[in-house]
Design a protein. Structure first.
Length: 479
């Protein structure tokens, strides 16, 4: 039964008529093999011309909703399954609520990125200052990429990345990080790199060793691939080697995830002695190391330590880095370096997931690096961030002198401070949010719940000194 609901001017009338007929079939008003009124009657019912009606009916025949026979008119396709009607009554015993059975249950809250939303003051520890990015400069390189692009580059080839960008990255890594690599894989940010590695290495229930106080998105990526996580104790020099050895002795560990240059979130630099001991231990037990070097570029007081991947005789280090801290997080541009067999497997997995990154953005980034402007931007931002680092240190010292029991170490590099307030800060994030301030507390980084949380993480890169001081005063008012 068709009710002749008036058609509107919002869309073509033949589309509206077809939608009403489909709705009648889905709702059980028209059953399989039921005849439709003639085109003349439908035209009268809806106040439209017969040509419009015929267009709608012919489209529904083409889509499989209707069938037509000469001199018999149009009928509902009798091949439609009777269950397609939403109003068909079934015995109550057959009615059930169909639940989605997810392999891993992750709530939206766990994955939300509140640091990018409505806060007037943001102390997010990994955000670049988007007001400082040279958009006009980069736009020229993007325009150049559009003008110079070869049509072949726009196809599905080069899953591992645009050759020009890979070449620039190889030169840059050799010069800036003493890291030699024959090949690499360009990824949609470091998070995709971590997920690819986990997917390639982890079978359900296998172990991944992580810093107990660490980077939650990495932990979630490993768990999403079925890993059992084992938290390793940390101290003022970084990961505790004895704790790691005990973990290896008692569990089957496939991967060790590390942030050795600026440990996330504590900013501790893993000492040379610890690096050597950890590497030797992993080689002994056949454990691959994921080295997440997320902000190597920003070091202020001395040259940064070379990546562990720069001295890897056993080929067990998978090196991951990103452009998010140099450009902006929305660029989704990262990369990984690994030995040939590992890289080949990861490239195959990426091809299954999304095949390749944005080719024009890769070409623009390659042009930017080749021009020398990329490293000039790095030098400029390093000076800018060092000034902000010094400003935050001065402000914290001023509050110390005013009687606030704050303990911290000025980091040699990176984009954040790890501050001990010597009081419980479990509710501080929520209270600060009410004042328009984004700040993370220790509770957000522990892999396993603790009894007390006293530290906060203060990022200094994403806002200027004046906003930093104003935002910090609001945080201090809550202590």
């Amino acid at each position: 039964m068709l009710t002749g609901v008036p058609l509107t001017q919002d869309s073509p009338k033949h589309i509206q008529l077809a939608e009403q007929i489909c709705a009648a079939i889905k709702q059980g008003h028209l059953r399989p093999n039921d005849p439709l009124p003639s085109a003349r009657k439908l035209a009268q019912l809806y106040g439209i011309n017969r040509h419009t009606v015929m267009t709608a009916l012919q489209n529904l025949v083409a889509q499989g909703w209707l069938s037509s026979e000469q001199r018999r008119g149009y009928r509902v396709n009798q091949a439609l399954p009777i269950e397609s009607s939403l109003h068909i009554v079934r015995p109550s015993a057959q009615v059930r609520d169909i639940q989605a059975d997810f392999a891993l249950s992750l709530s939206a809250g766990e994955l939300s990125d509140r640091e990018n939303t409505q806060y007037e003051y943001s102390f997010a520890g990994g955000l670049a200052d988007l007001m400082e990015f040279p958009y006009d400069e980069f736009r020229r390189h993007l325009s150049q990429a559009c003008r110079a692009v070869n049509v072949a580059q726009l196809h599905y080839g080069n899953c591992s990345g645009e050759p020009a960008l890979k070449q620039q990255l190889q030169h840059y890594l050799r010069r800036a990080r003493a890291l030699e690599c024959d090949d690499l894989l360009v990824c949609n940010g470091s998070q995709e790199a971590l997920f690819l590695i986990a997917k390639a290495f982890i079978r359900s229930g296998e172990g991944v060793a992580v810093e107990s106080l660490g980077y939650p998105p990495a932990h979630r990526a490993f768990e999403a691939c079925g890993a059992t996580l084992h938290g390793i104790a940390q101290d003022k020099e970084g990961l505790n080697v004895d704790s790691l050895r005990t973990c290896f002795e008692q569990n089957r560990i496939k991967l060790l995830y590390l942030t050795p240059l600026h440990q996330y979130p504590t900013m501790v630099t893993l000492s040379i002695g610890r690096r050597m001991a950890i590497y030797q231990l992993c080689a002994e037990y056949g454990v691959f190391i994921i080295e997440d070097d997320y902000d190597h570029e920003f070091h202020y007081r001395c040259p940064p330590l070379q990546p562990m991947a720069a001295s890897d005789p056993h080929g067990i280090v998978i090196y991951v880095s990103t452009f998010s801290k140099i450009m902006f997080a929305g660029a989704r541009m990262g990369y990984l370096v690994a030995r040939a067999d590992v890289l080949s497997e990861l490239i195959s997995l990426k091809q299954l997931m999304n095949h390749k990154n944005d080719i024009l953005l890769q070409m623009a980034l390659a042009n930017w690096m080749a021009s020398g402007e990329f490293e000039r931007h790095l030098r400029r931002m390093t000076k800018r961030y060092q000034a902000r680092c010094d400003a935050l240190a001065s402000e914290l010292q001023r509050y110390q002198q005013s009687g606030y029991p704050l303990t911290f170490t000025v980091p040699d590099g990176g984009m954040a401070f790890w501050v001990n307030t010597h009081q419980d800060v479990s509710a501080l994030s929520a209270r600060a949010a009410e004042l328009g301030v984004y700040v993370q507390t220790e509770a957000e980084f522990w892999r396993f719940p603790q009894q007390h949380y006293t530290h906060i993480r203060l990022g200094f890169a994403g806002q200027n000194e004046d906003k930093m001081r104003s935002g910090l005063s609001r945080i201090i008012s809550l202590l």
